[in-house]
Ligand binder design. Structure first.
Ligand code: FPP
Length: 254
């Protein structure tokens, strides 16, 4: 399959504003080639670069990548170290280029258990790019949706105890406003590679009305053609947000 001219895609597709990606299958990609898992993750970083470039070219506003889940600590210590190392390497090598491309970097997740040098790099990436106006690249690192929701509930409870929030006014917006993603619109499209079909604790609150697209390829094989495939599937969906299909509402006159 060939890459489509981004201008054509922009004009012919209903583009999502926010795309989230569960980057899965690095290990299987490596195993299929008798390579160490680290090689799969390294190739995964190349796919990250391709995804960022393609999303920027297409005019997608927000791209959230699930790079390390709060459950990934249960992997062998060497692999955990490798994943931390790859993120550090990515920021050290790519930050200047991301900044030049007007990308705004955000990291969501808990920083408590991260090494000092990694925390410093994450802070630097956010600080250097904070005023950029192009693609918002959100890296979910040491992220878990249940932890995020628990953190939000704790913060709301504290604010109630200080008299800052009336508990009777708490609604879904209150929760959204206390998530790590408070200033980021909900994802319209969530892509998962490797053929697995689950959310795995990724943006579970925010994904309430996201369209889910599962691609059969492993993350190291992800490229612009794969993104276009997902976007095509997204644009053919009828998003109803709990209402009626476009044709049904035309019939009922609503
Ligand atoms: C899933 O594959 C992938 C991960 C847990 C890590 C994703 C990390 C990267 C792509 C590199 C670092 C990220 C950035 C943003 C620089 P898996 O290991 O679960 O694969 P498997 O299910 O086939 O074993």
């Amino acid at each position: 399959m060939t890459v489509t001219d981004p201008r054509k895609i922009k004009s012919s597709f209903d583009l999502p504003r926010h795309v989230g990606i569960i980057m899965d299958g690095n290990g299987r990609w490596a195993a299929a080639r008798s390579l160490p898992r680290l090689e799969g993750h390294r190739r995964g970083v190349e796919s990250v670069r391709r995804a960022v470039r393609a999303a920027g070219d297409l005019g997608i506003s927000y791209l959230t990548l699930y790079a390390f889940s709060s459950e990934n600590w249960s992997r062998p210590p060497q692999e955990v170290d490798d994943l931390m190392g790859l993120l550090k390497h990515f920021i050290r090598i790519d930050l200047a280029d991301l900044h030049k491309k007007n990308v705004r970097v955000r990291i969501i997740g808990s920083r408590d258990d991260l090494a000092l040098d990694l925390k410093g790099l994450l802070q630097e990436a956010e600080a250097v790019t904070r005023d950029n106006t192009g693609l918002a690249l959100i890296i979910a690192f040491n992220y878990g949706a249940r932890q995020e929701i628990a953190d939000a509930v704790r913060e709301i409870a504290l604010r109630v105890s200080r008299g800052e929030i009336d508990p009777l006014t708490i609604d879904a917006t209150t929760i959204s406003e206390h998530l790590y993603t408070a200033d980021i619109p909900d994802p319209d499209l969530i892509i998962r590679t490797s053929g697995e079909q689950r959310l795995s604790n990724f943006l579970m609150w925010q994904a309430a009305y996201a369209e889910l697209v599962f691609l059969p390829l492993h993350w190291p094989d992800f490229d612009q053609v794969a993104l276009e495939d997902a976007l095509r599937q997204y644009s053919s969906r009828d998003r109803r947000f709990g209402g009626l299909a476009t044709t049904q509402s035309a019939m009922t006159g609503s």
